[in-house]
Design a protein around this ligand. Structure first.
Ligand code: AMP
Length: 217
């Protein structure tokens, strides 16, 4: 099964994608994680995108489309969860072409809806496990044992440099101006469902699973 998760920064796409990955064996394709890995490796691409990401702006379509194109064909049999791509109309169009070329269909596009007033608060407190990427939050979701990742037991955590109030505002503006316009397209193709991203994390997962299970029956 192939899924696309949509929603503004902080809606919970990454958290939910990781859960689906664990439960169903699909592969999470997070373009944000891919770019962060490029930066950490010190590659030319990493250096090229650094300033754009730190400003909360979008990396060029050419770069993003090439990044996804290099991954998607190999995942035909496993299934994937797209998290953070497409983010613009040209990216959505390119994705369509790529999928058709590889004989792949998107089974579900799931939009996580959130009250944007809480997003700055949600995002500015978040951190994740350096090893497995599990997400936590200073106020809403601390690891059960302080300082120890619940998923893998690692004790090192990281915070994203773009998870600060000012950059979040730029990321939200990019979402409104460049990403929201892709929603009507998926609405017309009939694969779009919305889930209340303000619910508890487990409840959001349940709602997503209900959508996925509907298509099996
Ligand atoms: P994310 O982890 O999805 O919030 O992405 C972090 C940052 O990576 C974004 O603010 C953008 O600068 C960049 N980025 C990730 N995915 C894309 C994309 N599909 N198109 C353009 N820029 C992206």
């Amino acid at each position: 099964m192939n899924i696309l998760l949509l929603g503004p920064p902080g809606a919970g796409k990454g958290t939910q994608a990781k859960r689906l990955e664990e439960r169903y064996g699909m592969v999470q394709l997070s373009t944000g994680d891919m770019l962060r890995a490029e930066r950490a490796s010190g590659s030319a691409l990493g250096k090229q995108v650094q300033a754009i990401m730190d400003a909360g702006k979008l990396v060029s379509d050419d770069i993003m489309i090439a990044l996804i194109a290099s991954q998607i064909a190999g995942l035909k049999d496993k299934g994937f969860i797209l998290d953070g791509f497409p983010r613009t109309v040209p990216q959505a169009e390119a994705l369509d072409v790529m999928l058709k070329k590889n004989g792949i269909t998107l089974d579900h596009v799931i939009e996580l809806t959130v009250d944007e007033e809480v997003l700055v608060d949600r995002i500015s407190g978040r951190f994740s496990c350096k090893k497995c990427g599990a997400s936590y939050h200073d106020r809403y979701h601390q690891p059960k044992q302080a300082g120890i990742c619940e998923v893998c037991g690692n004790t090192e955590f990281i915070r994203r440099p773009d998870d600060n109030a000012e950059t979040v505002k730029a990321r939200l503006a990019a979402y409104h101006q460049q990403t929201q316009p892709i929603l009507p397209y998926y609405r017309t193709t009939g694969v779009l469902s919305s889930v209340d991203g303000m619910a508890e994390i487990d409840e959001v997962t349940r709602q997503i699973e209900a959508i996925l299970n509907k298509s099996k029956g």
